[in-house]
Design a protein around this ligand. Structure first.
Ligand code: FAD
Length: 387
């Protein structure tokens, strides 16, 4: 049943909490121990319409704003669940929505909204280009009515659980372009018939259960009609979606931080050592209070960035700052929570070590803290660029 479009933010929060109650810590620990994709959880989000929050109603989605999507992901994380198995569907779809033709939107968005088409994967990062996206070397060469793709992506998450993938590839060599950001193009790749043939997926074992992979393209034929937006302007098309991604990941970090602060405060109030609760000692109490304060300050920045996004204002800097503050807050909360639980933090049953591992990712992906500092230092404060 799709959610009622008139639900208020608070109603959405309560409804997502109820959904998450069916997926307690045991469920996530089992997924972790088996390196399993949380199919049931993702299906529940599809069935309730929350995964299609940002798809406009005319294409069968919930037509909600980014603030609502933030509340959905924040609540998922605050309850101890993990949205990373499916969060990409929310923002990857934005590239199609903003830059796709009407025919492309009619072709894919209704299926994405009703769950019959999974758009969980996006392939941008490559082993040798790292953060410098303009140096990607995967090529798409036009040949009649299709493009031929060759190359390799790394860290392509959820590609084994997706029907479609948004792919960034070079359609013109970097050296021949006036600017390095030119000559990149975005494609919608239909994975269903190509995996095992012109697409090879190799899973990467990681410290978190994230279903991430290396992906190899060997003469993959992509129909020319699957080019999203204009050829050569793909970098700009992808950047648009990155603001949404950073804000939504920021919201997940706020959820993680609240989960960890609550766990720490509850444990500190109960655990007695030397005849009194450890939380009575300010050495334990103050770091938890500090983590809470940092979390709520970061939450305001996430909200500000989401509001600017929803109003159609330029929000690149706000999105970056929100992601940085939120990921630092959740990392601080994770460390404080570990310290508060002492040895028990290492026992899987408390879900603290799992959140500690999961939330650490967001100081690195989807963009690392250093690159955000560089953006603020150069674009906002006008200092010289290091690269
Ligand atoms: C679990 C996981 C899932 C991911 N999922 C996806 C996905 O689905 N799709 C996708 O396309 N990508 C994905 N990524 C990739 C992710 O976006 C990149 O890892 C991230 O952008 C950092 O790039 P890198 O790892 O190549 O680091 P590098 O670019 O190699 O940088 C390494 C370190 O050096 C620092 N650094 C680099 N240059 C500078 C500089 N000039 N000044 C200061 N510091 C600098 C960086 O901040 C970083 O800390 C995923 C990554 C992980 C780990």
């Amino acid at each position: 049943m799709f959610k009622d479009h008139n639900e208020s933010y608070e109603q959405i929060r309560e409804a997502v909490k109820r959904l998450c109650a069916s997926f307690p810590g045991e469920y996530w620990r089992q997924q972790d121990s088996e390196s399993r994709y949380p199919t049931e959880f993702v299906q529940a989000l599809v069935d309730t319409g929350y995964l299609a929050a940002l798809v406009p109603e005319e294409y069968g989605g919930s037509g909600l704003d980014l603030k609502a999507a933030c509340i959905i992901l924040e609540t998922i994380h605050e309850t101890g669940c993990n949205g990373a198995a499916c969060h990409a569907q929310m923002y990857t779809m934005g590239t199609l929505l903003r830059h796709g033709s009407e025919t492309q939107k009619q072709r894919w968005l209704p299926g994405i909204a009703n769950g019959t088409l999974r758009l969980q994967a996006f392939g941008v990062t490559e082993p040798d280009s790292g953060t410098d996206t303009t140096r990607i070397t995967t090529t798409a060469v036009r040949d009649g009515d299709h493009y031929v793709v060759n190359g390799q992506k790394i860290w392509t998450s959820r590609v084994g659980h997706s029907d479609l993938m948004v792919l960034l590839a070079r359609t013109a060599s970097r050296d021949t372009m006036p600017k390095p950001t030119q000559g990149l193009s975005v494609f919608m790749v239909d994975l269903r018939e190509e995996v095992g043939h012109s697409i090879t997926i190799t899973p990467i074992e990681t410290m978190i259960n994230h279903s991430t992979n290396s992906v190899f393209f060997d003469d993959l034929k992509v129909p020319a009609e699957n080019l999203i937006g204009n050829e050569g302007e793909g970098f700009g098309h992808i950047l648009d979606g990155m603001n949404a991604e950073r804000i939504l990941i920021g919201a997940e970090c706020i959820g993680d931080a609240r989960f960890l602060v609550q766990r720490a405060a509850a444990y500190a109030s109960e655990r007695e050592v030397f005849g009194r609760p450890i939380g009575q000692n300010q050495g334990i109490q103050f770091p938890i209070a500090e983590a809470h304060i940092q979390t709520e300050a970061a939450a305001l920045m996430v909200e500000k960035a989401a509001t600017s996004f929803d109003e159609g204002q330029p929000c690149g800097t706000e999105a970056n700052m929100a992601k940085l503050l939120a990921s630092e807050a959740s990392w601080k909360a994770a460390d404080v929570c570990m310290q508060t639980l002492g040895g028990f933090a290492f026992a899987l049953e408390h879900d603290v070590e799992r959140k500690f591992r999961e939330t650490r990712l967001y100081r690195i992906a989807p963009i690392s803290t250093n690159l955000i500092l560089s953006h603020v230092g150069t674009h906002v404060l006008g200092m010289p660029k290091s690269f």
